[in-house]
Design a protein around this ligand. Structure first.
Ligand SMILES: [Ca+2]
Length: 174
């Protein structure tokens, strides 16, 4: 399943499919804020689903490094998030995704999502972020605001083989 998810993400990045047309029927995503936060203690994983009709589970399906912007540096990070949402007509939620470099430098992005599906995958690309060697940590904290309130979070650690000098870090979701 994870290989399939990564394969699809790579095809989307390579322009072999039409992600905008496809995904616009499923999710509406906007990156609201780009912030760089110094060291923050990572909270433990928690979940709160007050009603069984409204699931809200976030899973970091996979995270890996790649050259997503074709600048010949393998310095980009792809994080695949899976959201299980239950059976409501529409879901409105936010998530804060944080990539922590081996040095402790953190990049956090707040994303607002409107979803019309029971399960969605969102592909988060951190362009030019993997500039150090060592373990990278991805942490996501999500808050659903409609049709009910719920929270969930997840954490994932991976280790690119090395770092590459890159350009200015940027972020995108599709
Ligand atoms: Ca690159």
């Amino acid at each position: 399943m994870q290989l399939g998810v990564i394969d699809m993400a790579l095809k989307l990045l390579q322009g072999k499919t039409r992600p905008t047309r496809f995904l616009s029927r499923v999710v509406l995503v906007s990156v609201l804020l780009t912030i760089v936060i110094p060291l923050i203690n990572l909270p433990t994983v928690s979940a709160n689903t007050p009603n069984d009709d409204y699931l809200f589970n976030v899973t970091i399906a996979d995270a890996c490094y790649l050259d997503a912007d074709y600048d010949y540096y393998t310095d980009d990070v792809l994080v695949v998030l899976k959201f299980d949402l239950g059976y409501a007509l529409i879901y409105d939620f936010y998530y804060l995704i944080t990539l922590t470099l081996p040095s402790g430098l953190e990049y956090s992005y707040l994303v607002h999502v409107l979803a019309w599906a029971d399960t969605i995958y969102l592909y988060n690309v951190f362009y030019d972020h993997a500039t150090e060697s060592g373990n990278y940590t991805v942490y996501v904290s999500a808050l659903m605001v409609s049709p009910t309130t719920a929270t969930d979070s997840g954490i994932y650690v991976f280790d690119p083989p090395g770092g590459s000098p890159g350009g200015r870090p940027t972020f995108d979701v599709f």
